[in-house]
Design a protein around this ligand. Structure first.
Ligand SMILES: Cc1ncc(COP(=O)(O)O)c(C=O)c1O
Length: 456
């Protein structure tokens, strides 16, 4: 455990708080994770050989190309992609989904896409932009019901060409049975896309199983959520769909030949990676996945599970906070917890107190999942309208939402204790005076200076 924690870059960073310098507690891992120190150091060596890939000559070009190509193969292997799948390097999950939406549009212009109420805006908006969409709504407890999926697919009678759903929720940590979803979708002639932004970092997944019907057709995830925050991500899926039409974005690298009146597209993956790719991003992603595998991914899952159980146990000691969603965690749910204050304290105020008084970093708000939050917080239509107005008028201080603590395997029970101690103080009203500072969109204590060093 100690070795793992020490491999997290910045695990022992000290920060200023109202109560003196404190070791920072990072509970915002669902937003982005820190880098692995070992990979960071390895990259320092590798970067001495940096060159563009594929088109260059010379030792550095061969070196970078070899590593870049091997990175792609490693990513494919890590997520159990099929032989026929391609892996395309992208900037992040959002870019991957936008790309996939354009590819699906080119192949099936009149398709209907099934999207879920549990999803992040990044897996809602690209589909709404290009297609007629149908919603798969969550149940009272915030979970998706597979019977509903089947009912919708039956009712739509072949219109739905793709079910786009998250593998795991960034709000509640619920994980979805992705292979069961795939087999139901396939029964009705629909493909399945799994948004793996939260699933891949927390659960070992495989796109393929021993049953063809369960295959995940398309998968995307972001490197920065799996300890490699260097601007990369991957989109994976069957080569047939990716190469059936013109590339989704064109330019250098996507062609074999261009004349004034003719273009011959390159093979995959090049035809879908226009321009110079993020070479260090791809290499550091693969090295990170390899390093995590060397720790034993199942060990990381177990460590996280134990922390999640501890978190739930501690949460029961609170009297004025309520967890959003199902009170009974299912086995397999991962360690993200969103909760609200029953006295109506602003989640942004609470996040600021945690930060300024105890050096704890969490998230506050609606976590890019407005439809899901509205459901989990039981908002009526009128309330949604009221909240919409507040958001549009930039009245963040009056804006409802939740606080999210997202844990990772490297966090500790002591860190969780620190969180609950301060939450208990908040329940008793024992915290400083704060005011809402409009220009930074945050509650800040009077007269506090962060002393952010000037580096630019
Ligand atoms: C479930 C889910 N999907 C998609 C995204 C978007 O990821 P990115 O910002 O890396 O594109 C996020 C980010 O928080 C997420 O949690």
């Amino acid at each position: 455990m100690k070795e793992l924690r020490r491999d997290i870059l910045g695990f022992d960073t000290m920060v200023k708080t109202l109560n003196g310098d404190k070791e920072y507690v990072f509970f915002d891992n669902a937003a982005s994770t820190p880098a692995l120190k070992s990979v960071y150091e390895q990259m320092e060596e590798i970067m001495k050989y940096y060159s563009n890939v594929h088109r260059g000559t010379g030792y550095k070009a061969f070196y970078s190309t070899e590593l870049f190509d091997k990175s792609r193969e490693y990513v494919k292997k890590f997520v159990g992609a099929a032989e026929n799948d391609t892996a395309i390097f992208v900037k992040n999950t959002t870019e991957a989904i936008n790309k996939l939406a354009r590819i699906i549009k080119a192949n099936f212009p009149d398709a209907t896409i099934l999207i879920s109420e549990m999803d992040h805006h990044s897996n809602i908006l690209p589909w709404k932009k290009y297609f007629r969409t149908r919603w798969w709504e969550v149940e009272e407890n915030g979970r998706l019901d597979l019977n509903k999926l089947e009912e919708i697919l039956k009712e739509e009678d072949g219109n739905i060409k793709l079910v786009a759903v998250t593998g795991a929720s960034n709000v509640t940590g619920y994980t979805n049975p992705v292979h069961k979803i795939a087999s139901i979708a396939h029964k009705y002639g629909a493909y399945v896309f799994i948004d793996g932004a939260q699933l891949v970092p927390h659960k070992k997944i495989s796109m393929t199983t021993d049953k063809d019907s369960e295959k995940i057709d398309f998968l995307a995830f972001s490197a920065h959520k799996i300890y490699s925050p260097f601007g990369s991500g991957a989109l994976l899926g069957d080569k047939k769909i990716f190469s059936a039409k013109d590339p989704s974005c064109v330019g250098g690298g996507t062609i074999k030949f261009v004349a004034k009146e003719e273009t011959v597209w390159a093979e995959l993956p090049d035809r879908e990676e226009a321009g110079t790719p993020n070479i260090p991003g791809a290499i550091s992603l693969a090295l990170t996945l390899k390093k995590l595998s060397s720790y034993g991914f199942e060990n990381l899952e177990k460590m996280e599970e134990e922390l999640a159980e501890y978190f739930i146990k501690k949460f029961k000691e609170l009297s004025k906070f309520t967890l959003l969603g199902d009170k009974n965690r299912n086995k397999g749910d991962f360690s993200v917890f969103s909760f609200k204050n029953d006295d109506g304290l602003s989640p942004f105020l609470i996040a600021s107190i945690l930060s300024f008084e105890e050096g704890i970093g969490v998230r506050a708000g609606c976590f890019c999942a407005h439809p899901y939050l509205a459901k989990l917080m039981n908002f009526s239509k009128e309330k949604v309208e009221e909240v919409k107005k507040k958001i549009i008028n930039d009245e963040m201080d009056k804006f409802p939402g939740a606080i999210r603590a997202s844990l990772s395997f490297y966090n500790t029970e002591e860190e969780i204790d620190r969180l609950f101690e301060i939450l208990k103080k908040i329940e008793k009203g024992e915290y400083s005076q704060y005011y809402f500072k409009k220009d930074v969109h945050a509650f800040v204590p009077e007269g506090f200076d962060f002393h952010i060093p000037e580096v630019l």
